[in-house]
Design a protein around this ligand. Structure first.
Ligand code: SME
Length: 162
């Protein structure tokens, strides 16, 4: 499915009053995983600024050992500090990378801002080499801007796996 075709589905999940916030995040992960060929693992991490760690929330794909990631470590940890999108065409070329599975070839991480604060991120792993471009970045920025509308008043601890 195209990004433009997926956008209204993302918005309707966000607006669905029958789902709690975790269920909405889970549904968005499933939607992207199911409809985008290169999206083999899709998950949301949220930041604990006191502990300087990221924590896994909803995800779809192979289970990962990396439920908690320190700021600065791996692609995710670097995005927690840089506040910038990080597109990795080939994970083998990265020194500061945390491998979740040997089958992963590429990764994209896009920060999630609420009122200008980087509160977490969406993380996508792909088994295909170099599959992501600027259209993926714009689409994932859209997804995160929709998710941001859900986050006011949410206690992050209520939507984490650990
Ligand atoms: N590869 C990530 C770790 C998270 S997994 O992809 C689920 C990283 O380097 O930060």
């Amino acid at each position: 499915m195209t990004f433009d075709a997926l956008k209204p589905h993302v918005s309707s999940i966000v607006k669905n009053e029958d789902l709690n916030v975790f269920e909405k995040l889970q549904s968005i992960c499933s939607l992207l995983h199911k409809n985008l060929d290169a999206y083999d693992w899709v998950g949301f991490y949220f930041a604990n600024y006191e502990a300087q760690t990221l924590h896994l929330s909803a995800y779809v794909g192979e289970p990962t050992d990396h439920l908690t990631i320190p700021f600065g470590k791996g692609i995710c940890g670097q995005v927690a500090e840089s506040n910038n999108n990080f597109v990795v065409p080939d994970v083998m070329a990265q020194d500061n990378y945390i491998a979740c599975s040997i089958t992963v070839k590429a990764e994209i991480v896009v920060p999630l801002f609420v009122e200008g604060k980087n509160i977490g991120q969406i993380d996508i792993d792909s088994k295909t080499i170099d599959p992501f471009n600027e259209d993926d970045e714009r689409f994932l920025e859209f997804v995160n801007s929709e998710v941001a509308t859900l986050m006011n008043g949410v206690d992050i601890n209520d939507i984490l796996l650990t």
